[in-house]
Design a protein around this ligand. Structure first.
Ligand SMILES: Cc1cc2nc3c(=O)[nH]c(=O)nc-3n(C[C@H](O)[C@H](O)[C@H](O)COP(=O)(O)O)c2cc1C
Length: 416
């Protein structure tokens, strides 16, 4: 199967014109990956990127080197977003322990199901050249599979341009821009420091989109009052899509014996990023807000990649019902391993079969129209109560009998 990634040579045209002639070819199916006859078809085509299913490895440990990314392709993930890279990995210094888990059982019993995960991990600490060689190798071995480079740089146009050029040369199909890492990197005016400042974001997106020749997704931080604002800025600046959410700023807990915060490094800690099951409802709200904004204001095939707490096909179905084109999984892979994708596909197909959906497009965004304001809910409830009361009281006049409601109308006038 030939990848549809568009890699036009740079031209003076706007970034959208440059990369986006009808990019989200929603009617295009990846025929090689369509399910067996009669099976719901999970394939998607997003910004010209064809994937056998909407499940994408989210940037993080599951996309950190050649071995694990190869494993993801072998297990059948629709695409892989590599761990975020920057020009100078020597500036990235990680600490251990850097993860902490929240369990559902009282007192965090080790038998309890993991519902929350905190990390204070930075972006990739592996040399850029090593990562790029691995991207090249993967694209050589899996030319028809989607590999997305995740990038982050300091507030410096030349540095961004150099990073984009070098990562694109490795053959990646698209770029995801990490405007959202909540810890460590903001201290260097990177990650969430840009994603939380719409002025900075607009400027940096401008630099990125004048250089990039592959589709660009801007990854949003949830650590902001109104996530639609940076999403709008990124799309207006020419990004082809947005991804949401990155982790939520968190403090996992305080050890009540030592009185020190967790995860504890040499007696101290720092707020980290929260992920896994517990963030799913928050991610749904953020994705819903972005999807509504995109529906109202953008109609040129811009895409939405949903992330946050996905462990089942139903979790993914919820994101797609809100309008997501693809669904990313990071912590879920860290907990269940790469074969998780098979369960996700089976469960999503079960859901589709139950509703007679034959393709992802059949239900993408179907639940979005059912969100409204609280004031409108009050109005709708008043109206419904009025109608129910009217029915209970019986008909006011013989002219009110209807064909469809005839039996109920008759019942409403029976005394016992
Ligand atoms: C240990 C860890 C490392 C992560 N590293 C990155 C990263 O390098 N770049 C990035 O954009 N997101 C990173 N993330 C965020 C995830 O890609 C994802 O947005 C977030 O964890 C929510 O999704 P999840 O609940 O499926 O994990 C990381 C997450 C975890 C748990």
């Amino acid at each position: 199967m030939e990848s549809l990634t568009l890699r036009a040579s740079p031209s003076p045209a706007s970034p959208l014109q440059r990369r986006l002639p009808g990019r989200r070819a929603t009617s295009v199916r990846a025929t090689a990956s369509a399910g067996a006859a009669g099976e719901p078809d999970l394939s998607v085509c997003v910004n010209g990127l064809k994937m056998p299913n909407p499940f994408v490895i989210g940037s993080g440990p599951p996309g950190t080197n050649y071995t694990v990314m190869k494993r993801a392709f072998d297990e059948g993930w629709g695409g892989v977003i590599a761990k975020t890279v920057s020009l100078d990995a020597e500036k990235v210094i990680n600490v251990t322990p850097r993860y902490a888990k929240l369990r559902a059982e009282p007192n965090g019993s080790a038998m309890g199901k993991i519902i929350g995960w905190q990390n204070i991990e930075l972006i990739s600490d592996r040399p850029l050249e090593t990562m790029l060689n691995e991207f090249k190798q993967l694209k050589k071995e899996y030319p028809d599979r989607i590999l997305i480079g995740s990038i982050m740089e300091e507030y410096n146009k030349a540095a961004w341009h150099e990073l984009i050029e070098r990562v694109e040369e490795s053959g990646v199909d698209a770029l995801e821009i990490n405007f959202s890492c909540p810890h460590g990197m903001p201290e260097r005016k990177m990650g969430a420091a840009v994603g939380q400042d719409c002025g900075l974001l607009e400027e940096v997106c401008g630099w990125i989109n004048e250089k990039a020749t592959v589709p660009v997704w801007a990854k949003m931080t949830p650590n902001i009052t109104d996530i639609t604002q940076p999403a709008r800025v990124a799309l207006k600046s020419g990004c082809e899509g947005v991804s949401a959410i990155n982790t939520i700023m968190s403090v996992m807990g305080i050890n009540l014996k030592t009185l020190r915060p967790e995860p504890c490094v040499e007696g101290y800690s720092t707020p980290g990023g929260y992920s896994a099951r517990a963030v799913h409802p928050i991610a749904l709200a953020k994705v819903m807000q972005i999807a509504r904004m995109m529906k109202e204001e953008f109609d040129n095939g811009q895409s939405l990649s949903a992330i946050g707490g996905v462990e089942t096909g139903n979790d993914a179905a919820e994101f797609i019902l809100l309008g997501a084109d693809t669904v990313q999984v990071c912590t879920g892979v860290m907990m269940h391993g790469y074969p998780l994708v098979k369960k996700l596909c089976t469960e999503l197909q079960d859901f589709m079969r139950e509703h007679n959906f034959s393709s992802i497009e059949d239900f993408r965004g179907a639940s979005l129209p059912y969100f409204t304001t609280h004031t409108d809910l009050v109005q709708r409830q008043k109206e419904a109560i009025k109608q129910r009361k009217a029915i209970r009281k019986g008909l006011q006049s013989d002219k009110d009998w209807t064909g469809d409601g005839f039996v109920k109308e008759t019942e409403s006038m029976v005394s016992n």
